[in-house]
Design a protein around this ligand. Structure first.
Ligand SMILES: Nc1ncnc2c1ncn2[C@@H]1O[C@H](COP(=O)(O)OP(=O)(O)OP(=O)(O)O)[C@@H](O)[C@H]1O
Length: 315
């Protein structure tokens, strides 16, 4: 196992329980995602596993080293890309990489070769000798990841790697992260609050909420565990929840109501729609829009957390 954490608890003053018994295991070579809304405890998990914060209780090992007994060995074995860039904006990309390498004891020709390799791989060779302050968001983020890799870590931590990037820069970053895991056998733990990122990029993911892992698995297995189709109905006006539930309960199952949006499941979603619409009309809450879809990670999230993901992010 490349990362193992058992029952991590972390409380910040004044009594905020950021982690409440969080456990994960990550196999070598895996891209593992921690998916959860802001405040779920993802960054705190990364801080603890990268030795930047200490858990109140629980145990963990990273790259085979016990975190409490050998934090120095853990530090040498990992690369960390934090949410905020660690690059010096006044220095060039190349100098940032050289400095980072020296901090980790990489020197001489080995360091220069490694820096050249990373500049090429992250498509920064053309901008290598320009100060970072003129870089676009995507270039900065690519440099951040390169900085985390200079000393050839075996486990890489990426905290919200594509936060704030435009769609194009985001897909370029996804491609690079997949390639890293595939070609270098690097183990990657990434945190994200983008469902699509967790879906597309991770081999396995854990849904984290209020400092705990609610469920772990591959995105496909998690989606597959929800039988049937997801039916989402947007109602045209305010609803009497009890009445609406009673009305459609015979046609669909697992009904959840979130504001004016009603979500439910049915073995054959399309076939259930006419019955749902008729029942809503009878209940005095006509539908404004209906969608039927195969289960998404958002549906998985809803099932385990009890609210839609978008709402969780806005919390
Ligand atoms: N240094 C700190 N002092 C006090 N409370 C903190 C501190 N760091 C985090 N918290 C609180 O702990 C909880 C978990 O925060 P954490 O940053 O781990 O969540 P997160 O899932 O990474 O969210 P984000 O994506 O916003 O970073 C939140 O309630 C947060 O406000």
């Amino acid at each position: 196992m490349h990362v193992e954490a058992h029952d991590l608890v972390k409380t910040y003053p004044p009594g905020v329980r950021a982690l409440d018994g969080l456990s994960i295991t990550i196999e070598p070579g895996e891209v593992f995602g921690l998916l959860g809304p802001n405040g779920a405890g993802k960054s705190t998990t990364v801080k603890i596993l990268t030795t930047l914060a200490r858990a109140d209780s629980g145990t963990a090992s990273v790259a085979g080293h016990d975190l409490a007994r050998h934090p120095d060995r853990v530090r040498r074995a990992i690369g960390v890309v934090a949410q905020n860039s660690g690059a010096d904006p006044l220095a060039t990309a190349r100098d940032n990489l050289l400095l980072q390498g020296r901090l980790y004891g990489v020197r001489g020709r080995d360091l220069r070769t490694r820096v050249g390799e990373l500049l090429d791989r992250f498509d920064l060779a053309g901008a290598a000798d320009r100060p970072v302050k003129g870089f676009s968001g995507g270039m900065r983020r690519r440099l951040d990841v390169a900085l985390g890799l200079v000393h050839r870590p075996v486990v890489l931590f990426l905290d919200e790697p594509t936060n704030g990037l435009d769609p194009e820069a985001r897909s370029a970053m996804w491609a690079e992260i997949s390639r890293l895991a595939g070609s270098e056998g690097l183990t990657i733990l990434l945190t994200t609050h983008y469902l699509e990122e967790a879906d597309r990029l991770t081999d396995r993911l854990a849904i984290v909420d209020e400092g705990k892992v609610l469920v772990t698995g591959t995105a496909d297995a998690l989606k597959g565990s929800l039988r049937g189709d997801a039916v989402h109905v947007e109602l045209s006006g305010d609803l009497d929840e009890a009445l609406v539930r009673q009305a459609i309960g015979a046609v669909v199952r697992d009904v959840t109501v979130d504001g004016r949006v009603l979500s439910a499941r049915a073995d054959d979603g399309a076939a259930a729609v006419p019955g749902v619409l008729a029942a809503l009309d009878r209940a005095g809450s006509p539908a404004a829009a209906v969608t039927v879809a195969r289960p998404s990670l958002d549906d998985v999230y809803l099932r385990h957390v009890g609210r839609r993901f978008a709402e969780g992010v806005a919390r």
